[in-house]
Design a protein around this ligand. Structure first.
Ligand code: NDP
Length: 339
């Protein structure tokens, strides 16, 4: 039953800038919300609801999911389905919802990588879990070197033609393969809407590998994931490892990355952020969004307060040359330490 107490804020579109996604009709909020870690079976539903409502009330209308988000696998989509049923269904046409398949999801040869068999079955499962008739974008979650690229791309084309996704996207493709994928999709009139990869103050791989330029020239939007390097680029670890933090779980964000050199550099970055009047997380997001090639950045968050802090990044998009150079020095130091 629809939650009678939730009515989205009337002012939800007043503060958020919306950026055009490549050469498409789609506008995306500068900040999007990702459901990788904090929306699964271990998080109380009330907290999930509070975060999603707060985000939407502040103009974050793009929610990024994947089949295996949780933990445990599938439960972020299930909770999103509960959210649709409880409160968001009336706003379906105001929401831009993505999901993906490409990483391990179920046992056996058909629950991983890039076959047509896996992608088609996985999207059907995702739609059921999320209580949706269609997603706005469906991604091939990673490049599969063993499956012909044509097979994976044709599955995306057919999924769009079936109306199960409105647009196609790819994530984590080597640049030449991304170029091939863009070409294949465009030739079938299903242009690639979005390219998704990790990009932040520390990890510059997509820029260095030419993906940012490739997408820009192709008319494909670029959307950055883990913009805070999973929480490293925040004040979370400046004074130890909090028990409720992602690093405390030591899974996707290992405690071993927090060396003395890294910590010193994070403190240096934090000092720049404080001088600018923002949090370190805020500065990391502002740094990304100052680049016009960045269609959107997908934040993760474990509380409403974090989303609130991250939204403030939108007020600080300009940097002086000195600030950029100083950030660069710390960033190089962190990269040289082996992260
Ligand atoms: P971030 O780099 O934004 O890290 C999120 C974590 O940072 C939070 O869980 C929280 O840590 C901490 N944090 C966030 N805001 C603040 C703040 N203001 N102050 C202090 N700490 C803060 O993103 P994620 O790594 O979560 O990735 C974001 C999304 O990107 C995912 O949900 C997913 O949608 C997408 N993604 C896509 C991938 C792909 O292969 N295509 C791969 C990975 C992610 P804590 O939980 O410890 O509080």
């Amino acid at each position: 039953m629809t939650d009678p107490v939730y009515a989205a804020s009337e002012s939800r579109y007043e503060q958020m800038p919306y950026r055009r996604c490549g050469r498409s009709g789609v506008l995306l909020p500068a900040l999007s919300l990702g459901l990788w870690h904090n929306f699964g079976s271990f998080k109380p539903f009330q907290e999930i609801k509070a975060m999603a409502h707060y985000a939407f009330d502040h103009g974050i209308c793009h929610f990024d999911l994947a089949n295996n988000y949780g933990p445990t696998y599938g439960t972020a989509e299930e909770n999103f389905g509960h959210l649709m049923a409880a409160s968001l269904k009336p706003y379906r046409d105001e929401l831009f919802i993505s999901t993906k398949a490409g990483w391990d999801m179920w046992p056996g040869p058909y629950g991983n990588w890039g076959s047509r068999k896996y992608l088609m079955a996985s999207l059907d499962q995702s739609l059921k879990r999320m209580n949706l008739d269609y997603v706005d974008v469906f991604y091939s979650h990673r490049y599969d070197p063993a499956t012909p690229l044509e097979e994976t791309m044709q599955a995306l084309v057919d999924i769009v033609r079936q109306g199960k996704a409105l647009y196609a996207g790819i994530s984590r493709y080597p640049t030449p393969k991304a170029a091939e994928a863009f070409r294949y999709l465009a030739e079938r009139d299903v242009p690639c809407l979005l390219y998704q990869d990790r990009y932040n103050i520390i990890d510059r791989a997509p820029a260095e590998a030419g993906q940012l330029d490739l997408g820009w020239e192709n008319g494909t939007g670029f959307i950055s994931f883990s913009p805070l390097q999973q929480g490293l680029l925040t004040n979370r670890y400046l004074n130890g490892i909090p028990a409720d933090s992602r690093m405390a779980r030591n899974t996707s964000l290992k405690q071993s990355v927090l060396t003395e050199t890294v910590l010193e550099s994070l403190r240096g970055l934090d000092a720049i952020a404080q001088r600018r009047g923002q949090s370190l997380a805020g500065m990391a997001l502002s740094w990304l969004l100052r680049d016009e090639r960045m269609t959107s950045v997908i934040i993760g968050a474990s509380s409403v307060a974090q989303i609130e802090d991250n939204l403030k990044a939108l007020d600080f998009l300009s940097f002086s040359e000195e600030e950029l150079q100083e950030i660069e020095r710390f960033s190089v130091r962190i990269r040289e330490s082996g992260i």
